[in-house]
Design a protein around this ligand. Structure first.
Ligand code: MG
Length: 233
């Protein structure tokens, strides 16, 4: 581990809150359509629309808003009032304008690690929204590079850690999503540190790679610096 040179960080729900704004907006959406169906049914239909639309719009707020519009049309059998569509669009704009809330220990950890390691921000989602959040967070200077990608696969980590570091084998990925941050990074040959967030989108769930030699989990970013030091021994 002495040869670890590069640490990748996920952004949403690893450095700052994200999923909670999606949940709050979904609750608002469900309430808007309350007279047309049960909450569980509306949420289920919305999730189906999101899954279908990932291949068209990718991850992020814009795709979520379009999926809400599509679901509203479906649930009301084409009768959704324009005023409701207007409310959905407004809810999406509010998400995109919401102040960034960084998670505990983020700034101290990045500051401490940035002296000894090359830090790379690796996130998916809307380009414009991610750039906004990074700028507002004030964390940009700790990163050697920022990669906003359409999806996170093993090849994504191989490419990024080759470009900005010394290859995936000498890199570590830190994030809240087992599916996007942990499993593909391990597959690429990197270390992977899972920092679970109480709210994680159902499409980001995956089996925990218990027992994998390069997998670790910590409850929040606080212990990361100590973990890196300990692994380096
Ligand atoms: Mg995340």
């Amino acid at each position: 581990m002495g040869d670890l040179t590069t640490i990748g960080f996920d952004a949403d729900d690893t450095l700052w809150q994200n999923e909670q704004f999606f949940r709050m907006t979904e609750e608002r959406f469900v309430a808007l359509l309350g007279e047309h169906g049960e909450a569980a049914e509306i949420s289920g239909r919305l999730l189906e629309a999101e899954k279908r639309n990932l291949g068209f719009y990718g991850f992020g707020i814009k795709g979520f808003v379009l999926s809400m519009v599509e679901t509203a049309i479906e649930i009301t059998r084409g009768q959704v009032p324009a005023a409701v569509i207007g409310e959905i669009l407004a809810a999406g704009r509010e998400m995109a304008a919401h102040p960034v809330e960084t998670l505990p220990h983020v700034r101290d950890t990045l500051e401490a690690l940035s002296g000894d390691y090359r830090l790379v921000l690796i996130t998916k989602g809307d380009l414009f929204d991610q750039e906004r959040k990074l700028a507002q967070s004030g964390l940009g200077d700790f990163f050697h590079a920022v990669e906003i990608v359409s999806d996170k696969k093993a090849t994504t980590y191989e490419r990024i850690f080759a470009r900005h570091g010394d290859g995936a084998g000498r890199a570590m990925m830190v994030g809240n999503s087992l599916k996007s941050d942990i499993l593909p990074a391990l597959e690429a040959g990197s270390w992977a540190v899972h920092v679970p967030h109480e709210l994680t989108w159902v499409l980001e769930h995956a089996e925990e790679p218990v027992g994998h030699g390069r997998y670790r989990t910590i409850p929040h970013l606080g212990p990361l610096r100590g973990l890196v030091t300990q692994l380096a021994r």
